[in-house]
Write a protein that binds this ligand. Structure first.
Ligand code: PHE
Length: 520
């Protein structure tokens, strides 16, 4: 930051120096003035936080930190930081202060036994396994020898005892709350053992005036009324001419306001909805729980199709079956078995009506559009829907068992393939993806069938399927016009819009991340 009152310069040798320039009074804020004035009462002291709080009559340490930084920036003071370690007893340490350190208790036990009785098995009888195990290690480090299950004390017991006394004394000092700096040498020994001591590191700051600070003219340190906001009233009354303005610093860190916002997925759905609405489409909805008949058979998906199997589709126990009007079952049976009146040969085999009545969670939203056609076979329409679908998928970065589709149809006498492609291109262009291409694909219910791909960062990404409904689908519904149909993935699109590569992130309750996602 450039500041007027103490410029940080680089001298020709590349060493940072301060050029002290006179500080215009108005450049020091009231907090800075108060702190400087307080410090000038004892100009050579290295002030601590509590001292400064008291001298300035502040309760909030943020004032000291803020004003201190500004004064440092102005070359008036230097901030010194010393890191200090504060040691207290942990759970085991407190126990040791009461009954002695494990190594001392073991040593006492050893001394009480006859030499030939100092065996590991005897030790295990007097001490818990959790103590005797680590304890033997501690004794060995002190010079005790372990030979064929027998613990042998060295000649020089005295030096072991001295060591133990010193250790005990350290624990006692800690239990009395003392924190002697020279005790630092004990840290490695006890830090490597569980829960004996706890070490907290803290930083202690002091603020000390520089020569420039000491020489500062105290007369200019009176606090003044400083104006932060310029109001219309001040402008009208000319009051601003005599006012002293607080300097506005755009470089100061400030918290980002975290107001509420819709979840990015909700915003995206809203945006897609308004695009289809402005393109002249109406919105339709439907239930999650459907029959296999409407979800699959009405779409001429063969009853033997692998995607109908349990491992791909969530079939329900309740309702296990849902009644379907006889009329539909018969019509579907006809097309599936022999093509009905469509000129198709159908799939052959026997159509199973029980299979059609099975309850399931819809696997695609095409069930909504086909049902809409069944209810309005003679009405031209352009409808869309954005809805949740369910498939048995293992969760990974690009798959979820619940996701959304953007579904739609155009049902009218002149509906055609170019109309379908143009509609999809227009939609993606309005979403901000002008490069769209279609490729041949296969679905049991459309002919021709297309895959829709969008160019993103130089790559073509598949975002959905589309096509013209086959006669085997439209004929039983009683419509005679062509139907353009599509179903596109919403989450895939969301990943492009929000620039992420893991689909799961969309639904994690990570507020930090959600807040930082782009506004849609
Ligand atoms: N239902 C298809 C899917 O889930 C997409 C689709 C819809 C394809 C309509 C063609 C026509 O992937």
């Amino acid at each position: 930051m450039e500041s007027n009152f103490g410029k940080r310069n680089k001298s020709s040798e590349g060493v940072k120096t301060y050029t002290i320039v006179p500080v215009p009074m108005a450049d020091l804020g009231n907090n800075e003035r108060r702190m400087l004035k307080a410090m000038l009462d004892d100009p050579n002291l290295a002030w601590t936080l509590p001292q400064l709080l008291e001298a300035c009559n502040w309760t909030d340490q943020a004032h000291v930190a803020g004003a201190g930084l500004n004064l440092e920036e102005a070359g008036m003071l230097v901030i010194d930081e010393i890191s200090s370690k504060h040691v207290t007893l942990g759970e085991e340490g407190i126990r040791a202060s009461e009954i002695g350190l494990l190594e001392s208790r073991l040593m006492n036990w050893l001394l009480e036994q006859e030499p030939e009785l100092r065996t590991i098995s005897n030790l295990n009888e007097s001490f818990e396994k959790s103590e005797s195990g680590p304890g033997i290690g501690l004794l060995k480090k002190l010079g005790v020898i372990l030979e064929r299950g027998l613990l042998i004390l060295p000649e020089d017991i005295k030096s072991i005892q001295t060591t133990l006394e010193e250790r005990e004394a350290y624990i006692t000092r800690l239990s009395e709350g003392s924190n002697i700096p020279s005790d630092i040498e004990w840290l490695p020994l006890f830090q490597s053992r569980k829960n004996i001591i706890e070490v907290n590191e803290s930083i202690i700051r002091t603020w000390k005036l520089t020569d420039a600070g000491i020489k500062f003219d105290t007369n200019s340190l009176d606090e003044t009324q400083q104006i932060v906001d310029l109001t219309p009233e001040m402008l009208q009354t000319d009051e601003w001419k005599n006012a002293e303005f607080k300097r506005y610093d755009v470089n100061l860190p400030a918290p980002t306001p975290a107001g509420g916002r819709p979840h990015p997925m909700q915003s995206l759905i809203q945006r897609i909805r308004s695009i289809f609405l402005e393109m002249g489409f109406s919105e339709i909805e439907g239930d999650f729980v459907r029959t296999a008949g409407w979800n699959m058979d009405s779409l001429f998906i063969p009853q033997t199709h692998p995607a109908r199997a349990m491992q791909d589709t969530f079939y329900l126990d309740n309702p296990q079956n849902i009644p379907i009007e006889e009329k539909w079952l018969n019509l579907w049976a006809d097309v599936h078995e022999n093509g009905g009146d469509t000129g198709s040969t159908g799939w052959g085999g026997k159509f199973d009506q029980d299979e059609a009545r099975k309850g399931l969670l819809r696997t695609h939203t095409t069930v909504n559009t086909v049902h809409h056609l069944a209810e309005n076979p003679n009405d031209a329409c352009r409808v869309f829907g954005i809805g949740r679908v369910f498939r048995q998928e293992a969760i990974d970065k690009s798959h979820l068992p619940e996701f959304h589709q953007i579904e739609g149809i155009i049902h009218e006498p002149e509906a055609s393939l170019p109309m379908l492609v143009t509609t999809l291109k227009t939609f993606y262009a309005k979403m901000g993806y002008p490069d769209v291409r279609v490729r041949p694909a296969y679905f049991p219910y459309t002919e021709p069938s297309l895959e829709i791909e969008v160019k993103w960062r130089g790559m073509w990404l598949e975002l959905g399927g589309a096509g013209i409904f086959r006669p085997e689908v439209t004929e039983p519904l009683g419509t005679e016009w062509p139907v353009c149909a599509w179903g596109m993935g919403l989450e895939r699109l969301a990943m492009l819009v929000l620039g992420m590569d893991d689909i799961r992130e969309l639904y994690l309750p990570d507020l930090q991340k959600l807040r930082s996602m782009p506004i849609i």
